[in-house]
Write a protein that binds this ligand. Sequence first.
Ligand code: MG
Length: 393
Amino acid sequence: MSDTVKSVECFALTIPRDTPYLGSPRDGEGANARGYIVRKGNKTVYPTFDRSVLVRIETVGGVVGWGETYGLVSPGAVGEIIGDLLADFTIGRDPTDPSAIYDDLYDLMRVRGYIGGFFVDALAAIDIALWDIAGRIAKKTLADLLGGRVHDKIPAYVSGLPEKTLEDRVSLAQAWQAKGFNAFKFALPVADGGAIAETRALREGLGPDARIAADMHWRETADEALDIIRGMAPHGLWFAEAPVRTEDFAGLARVCRDSKVPIAVGEEWRTPYDFLNRIDRCDIAILQPEMGHKGVTNFTRIAQLGKERGLPVIPHATIGAGIFLAASIQASSALPNVPMHEYQHSVFEPNRHLLKGNMSCRAGAYTPPSGIGLGVGPSDEALGLLEPLKPTG
Ligand code: MG
């Protein structure tokens, strides 16, 4: 009899930040009592600290795996879903078949329409922890479990330039260029002088060979997005990301059809169904799955979908301790259609001490962790910061 899952525990991990994600608050962007600010540029709420939800799964045989998902706001929602519902349906299962467990857990709530959001984030955290365990039992890296490494390093693009002035943002990009990175993405909501000025200044500062992408943050109608993209295009745009609201399938289809700049999307979608429904209707150029929303099971299924359709996958990277990032880097190293990965330098480097394992991002590329499973886990310091999320009642 193979090993079985004995326990599933869930924690919030809160990490202080000197400067909030996306940079210092602008006028009128004060934090509320919970430490949340709303960015005027994209009307989206962010914590003034970093926070994610970690899941620790242990088997009867004593193997421990870690998973991670979003916990930016309301981490207790994920904790409740796991503690009240998913944990008991995971305990007793064979951890060496995470995809089967994923599908069974997903099926539990399908008919009620729980096919995204916090529910699927909770599934992702459990899934990542189970893949970690499966690797540790097999004494293989996650990449080896997924068929073996096809990239020793994953090229990385520098994402976000959290400085207050355009001059300082260009200087920050140049500093990263001097460290061996030559691909960059800026965020339109904090490009105070507008999209064209930002693209032009970065192009002038970084030279003709640098790749420059724009994250448009789901703000525009199709017509508005196309106008902005046309304005940026003469300065050489690598891709335009999230040009219209996530609900606007028809708008996305139009932008994909009429934009001469490649369109990249997908960080906020959860399942292969979300991707398939858009890919079938929109001429998307680049898929951007986020491991923290998808888990290893869906991430690899989405990458496979991309491969079948001839689409590159450039995975998203987000705010957290780095466990989901390690899963993303491990999986990416085994996927031939992943030419590059996002690098959130303002999250990864300050939080690196919270992670055990040898994952790094230097001179323009990630080196995947070499250890078995995910190859990383929370450091002793991170373990000391964990706050248990238990089911209520
Ligand atoms: Mg984005």
